[in-house]
Design a protein around this ligand. Structure first.
Ligand SMILES: Cc1ncc(C[n+]2csc(CCOP(=O)(O)OP(=O)(O)O)c2C)c(N)n1
Ligand SMILES: [Mg+2]
Length: 423
């Protein structure tokens, strides 16, 4: 039998099963993490061929140094007004998350996901993109909508699945969708947004349009087949798309090693596809802005796609259904060496003499009040679980232009059964 044919002179085969470096009870230690100094990474011309800067897929584009100075060729040289607007959008995103997390704990909605520590990745990108560039986000880029000044009440209506919910309660809370906001429907099925973004970008080019697409997925999601087919199409047709990988090091309770992080970087995935690849400090809003601006220019001038890995840390639980203390070391987040994106931009503005602690505290207070007032407004439209906020029939509508016979039959049956039950 095949199983008995052991060759005595060969070692038995074995598998490598990745293990995170630290578990609850361990002290996380980052001393062997290599973090290149800010300002060190070269900035290639936007028309440079992807194979002429492979080093950038293994390094880290950083603009803000430890003192909060903006240094090096990637400094986007933004005006103080733009910097303050970016700071404000990030702080608003955090305030929104705080309030909605609490709303879930109060039983006003079933589910919420924060992006704490990752605010720069969505907000700085939204500032670098045009308002009508099409975004295909994952569930952790609420900062895109907030940076685009989307109505907070509208977002909360969706979270509460109430009568103001533009999606009529048919999506999981936080899975926003708005064509006017150039924000594609979030899908709970990981990474489906990647081929959709590439396809949309190809269509934009095929039609001779000037709008580009940008998409985001987590590092865990790069293990999905969709990620790889999207990369193939993007490379072959040089689609005008920016593909962001948010490496926050965790996919719920699975560490990034299970998606391949022990062997190489996520930005290095680009090299095999002949795509431009950048690895960026995701907690540095200026680096995220500069990388997105550079990639957008490449896309807009038909130089092809760019894959950007944003190296960051998921500061809180995966969602309201998660308890990371069960699988992460207690000091892993607090000792994470790349800091907090809001604190870093704040420090930069203070160093420039364009901001101070008093103004920051006043802004935080004002934003918390604004979010609270928006929540009160949204709650007038109802909260999740307090009866039906949308007409019953809407659950059958909106998928087909014309309702097929079998759905019509099901609708009639459901309506009759409701009547019989006296509901
Ligand atoms: C196709 C598919 N598989 C599994 C899941 C369950 N799931 C939801 S989120 C998640 C982790 C994703 O991690 P990552 O891509 O790193 O994104 P992050 O949550 O860290 O932002 C998993 C496994 C899913 N929603 N879809
Ligand atoms: Mg992740």
């Amino acid at each position: 039998m095949a199983g008995d044919l052991k060759r005595a002179n060969l070692p038995p085969l074995s598998l490598h099963v990745p293990e995170p470096k630290f578990r609850p009870g361990d002290k996380a230690d980052y001393s062997d993490l290599v973090i290149p100094a800010a300002g060190e990474a070269q900035r290639p011309d936007v028309s440079a061929k992807p194979d002429s800067f492979h080093g950038l897929a293994y390094s880290l584009v950083r603009v803000l140094d430890d003192e909060g100075r903006a240094v090096g060729p990637w400094d986007p040289k933004l005006s103080p007004e733009r910097l303050r607007a970016m700071l404000r959008a990030m702080a608003l995103t955090r305030a929104f998350d705080e309030r909605m997390f609490r709303a879930q704990r109060q039983g006003k909605t079933s589910f919420y996901m924060k992006c704490t520590g990752e605010e720069a990745i969505a907000v700085a990108a939204a500032f670098a993109l045009d308002r009508d560039d099409m975004c295909f986000p994952s569930y952790r880029q609420q900062g895109l909508l907030i940076a685009r000044d989307w109505d907070l009440v509208d977002m909360m209506n969706q979270i509460y699945s109430n009568k103001g919910d533009r999606l009529q309660g048919r999506q999981l809370p936080i899975m926003y969708s708005t064509k006017e906001g150039s924000f594609f429907s979030i899908s709970g099925n990981l990474t489906t947004q990647y081929p959709q973004a590439v396809g949309w970008a190809m269509a934009s080019a095929a039609k001779g349009d000037t709008r580009i697409a940008a998409t985001w997925c987590g590092e865990g999601s790069t293990a999905e087949g969709d990620f790889h087919s999207a990369c193939t199409f993007a490379s072959v047709y040089r689609a005008p798309v920016i593909m962001n990988v948010v490496n926050n090091q965790w996919a719920i309770s699975s560490f990034s090693g299970f998606a391949g992080a022990e062997a190489t970087t996520f930005a290095a995935r680009a090299i095999g596809y002949g795509i431009a690849g950048l690895r960026v400090d995701g907690n540095d809003p200026l680096a995220v802005y500069a990388a997105t601006e550079w990639a957008a220019e490449r896309a807009r001038t038909n130089q092809g796609p760019t894959l950007i890995e944003h190296f960051t840390y998921r500061a809180e639980g995966h969602s309201t259904s998660d308890d990371p203390s069960q699988y992460r070391s207690a000091n892993e987040g607090s000792d994470w060496p790349l800091g907090d994106p809001i604190a870093r931009l704040k420090q930069h503005l203070i160093l420039l003499g364009e901001w101070d602690e008093e103004r920051h505290a006043a802004m935080d207070l004002e934003l918390a009040e604004r979010v609270k007032a928006s929540a009160k407004e949204a709650e007038k439209n109802g909260i999740l679980g307090h009866g039906m906020h949308q007409p019953f029939e809407t659950m059958f509508e909106g998928v087909f232009e014309e309702m097929p016979w079998h759905l019509r039959e099901q609708l009639e049956q459901a309506v009759n059964e409701k009547k019989v039950a006296g509901l």
